[in-house]
Design a binder for this molecule. Structure first.
Ligand code: 6PG
Length: 250
């Protein structure tokens, strides 16, 4: 993947020439993580991102990698969910199911969706219990996803950690309901402790509309302005894959 512009980019940021190359790079990274995790621990735990950008990555995984991975050893989770039922057009689960999950031989019991048809707090509490049941973290430990996939909004949010929302302050829980005033809705989201416990976080960002905020983040000189800058795996890898359109100002 090319380095953008003349200034040296952070080592965690990779630029691809176009969105097709971004999709390929993200799919290849997903497969690499999966094979490493399955080879080391017999299973791969991944939290999928919502939004639109990952749809093409999921479709690529479904169309070209179906036979490449032992999907029965892959456990799928979600980084966040809108407060809607799974059949709703806004549902992240629906997007992932249409583009990937319904097109691969993954056992249904391996798919752990956030039950966002429930009261948001109840959905968050249930999902937190699911994480604890599946990961069985030791005392004082957190569930450690092998891979967390994230996107970034034009306001610097990621998952459903939006600027100036309560969830950003959460330091104890893994999953919370988060009131997002600017959207006039509640979301259910993994918290920063849950995200930052991951073995790898892969952020995928495409499109000219992300260029301005990406420029501010890359040239922030350590100033934290946006929620996504708080996602830094304590003992894991951070990888941002961005296309040239999103990287045009850096
Ligand atoms: C969601 C996502 C959200 C998304 C960003 C970027 O539920 O929408 O979790 O954090 O990743 O809004 O979305 P796009 O990739 O569609 O720009």
């Amino acid at each position: 993947m090319a380095q953008s512009g003349t200034s040296k980019l952070p080592e965690w940021l990779k630029v691809t020439p176009d969105v097709a190359a971004l999709n390929r790079a993200a799919a290849d990274e997903f497969v690499r993580c999966a094979k490493d995790a399955i080879g080391a621990r017999g299973r791969f735990t991944v939290a999928l991102s919502g939004g639109n950008t990952p749809r093409a990555v999921y479709a690529l995984l479904a169309s070209e990698y179906t036979t490449v991975l032992p999907w029965e050893k892959i456990l799928v989770f979600f980084g966040d969910e809108r407060h809607v039922p799974p059949e709703d057009a806004a549902s992240n689960y629906r997007m992932a199911n249409e583009s990937l999950l319904s097109r691969i031989p993954i056992p249904p019991q391996n798919i752990h969706r956030i039950r966002a048809e429930l009261d948001a707090e109840q959905a968050a509490a249930q999902y937190e219990e699911t994480l604890k049941t599946v990961f069985k973290p030791g005392t004082g430990e957190l569930p450690r996803f092998d891979l967390v996939m994230l996107g970034m909004g034009t306001d610097g949010h990621t998952a459903s950690l939006f600027p100036d929302t309560q969830a950003l302050q959460e330091s104890g829980r893994l999953v919370v309901a988060n009131k997002v005033k600017k959207l006039g809705t509640e979301r259910i989201t993994l918290t920063l402790p849950a995200l930052n416990a991951a073995a790898e976080v892969m952020v995928i960002i495409a499109g000219e509309n992300k260029a301005e905020i990406l420029d501010r983040i890359v040239h922030s000189r350590g100033t934290i302005e946006f929620p996504i800058q708080l996602v830094r795996p304590q003992n894991g890898r951070l990888l941002w894959i961005v296309d040239r359109q999103a990287a045009k100002l850096i």
